[in-house]
Design a protein around this ligand. Structure first.
Ligand code: HEC
Ligand code: HEC
Length: 265
């Protein structure tokens, strides 16, 4: 990792870096608290601190590791080792920094070859990172083979605005999750191919145990009705997930099933 001396990080301080230890399993008494927010306001933060904060977000609140790994293929997404270097060559006219920011905020703008367009925008639910967090995460990704030169001004001011207030963070699904679990294990037979938390063990399809942490309801709803149209998860064969659930399930069964899947966090 290269950190140029003159990196301009602006006048901001790392206020709650330590709060990321909320996630450490070793502190059971505060485990159930909602995810801490990283706020970088008033003061100074060094590039090294920024990268460290970004790495924490990558491993915890960002949920990136459910899909990506660094130095080995991820379960659903590309290996991010060296992304700070290859980012400069991804899109003509975009610097490494610009490409990385775009890949976080508008993942569908450039699709890495061999992967489906299934990465959620990181500043929207369910991941919903704020502007400081996207800044730190960008610095961390730049540090993977590139130069850390991102400033807070590079991150659009609108980032995370929805999560900070105003718009409701989570859409409530009207179904009954308990009834949906019965559909999952019974009539729909999803359990034949998917693990889902405490139930199921099949490796035929991806483990759905944390699906609601990494995907919004619209992806899950579309996947059930049109598996191929929603994009085939990397590393799994196309056409194995049955395409006829839209016909075989009643509207109530479908909504209950979605409500059940939304509990998998
Ligand atoms: C649901 C799975 C999923 C999650 C969660 C996810 N990603 Fe991705 N990501 C993907 C997939 C699939 C691709 C490749 C397709 C594409 O380009 O959009 C990708 C592409 C990327 C790329 C571009 C890589 C390149 O080589 O050009 C970056 C950078 C990235 N993700 C970073 C992140 C970070 C950081 C997080 C956590 C905040 C994250 N992703 C969360 C699935 C995911
Ligand atoms: C015959 C096996 C099979 C059955 C039955 C099946 N699936 Fe799948 N499913 C797969 C496979 C294989 C994939 C990965 C390939 C793809 O994306 O199509 C997948 C992918 C998914 C995904 C995307 C996971 C991710 O990580 O993005 C969801 C969500 C999903 N299935 C839900 C369901 C639900 C809900 C049911 C029951 C209504 C179901 N599946 C039934 C095989 C199956």
């Amino acid at each position: 990792m290269r950190l140029p001396v003159g990196v301009k990080v602006g006048a901001f301080a790392l206020v709650v870096m330590g709060t990321y230890t909320y996630y450490a399993n070793s502190i059971p008494q505060i485990q159930s608290k909602p995810p801490a927010e990283l706020s970088l306001e008033g003061g100074n933060v060094t590039p090294a601190q920024l990268v460290k904060a970004g790495e924490e977000i990558f491993k915890t609140k960002g949920t990136c590791e459910i899909c990506h790994r660094i130095g080995q293929p991820g379960t659903r997404a590309p290996d991010l080792a060296g992304v700070g270097a290859r980012a400069a060559k991804r899109k003509p006219g975009l610097s490494a920094k610009q490409y990385i920011i775009e890949s976080l905020l508008q993942p569908g703008a450039y699709i890495v070859e061999g992967y489906p367009n299934i990465m959620p925008a990181v500043d929207k639910p369910p991941i919903a990172l704020n502007r400081s967090e996207v800044w730190a995460l960008t610095a961390f990704l730049e540090s993977l083979g590139g130069t850390v030169d991102v400033t807070l001004d590079d991150i659009p001011k609108t980032v995370g605005a929805a999560a900070a207030g105003g718009a409701p963070a989570e859409l409530k699904i009207p179904g009954d999750p308990k009834a949906g679990e019965v559909v999952f294990t019974g009539k729909a037979g999803c359990i034949a191919c998917h693990k889902a938390g405490k139930i199921g063990a099949s490796p035929v399809g991806p483990d759905l145990s944390q699906i609601a942490r990494i995907q919004p309801p619209d992806y899950i709803m579309k996947k059930i009705l049109d598996p191929a149209g929603a994009g085939t998860v990397a590393g799994y064969p196309k056409g194995v997930m049955p395409p006829m659930f839209g016909q075989s399930l009643t509207a109530k069964e479908y909504v209950d099933l979605v409500a059940f899947l939304m509990t998998l966090k």
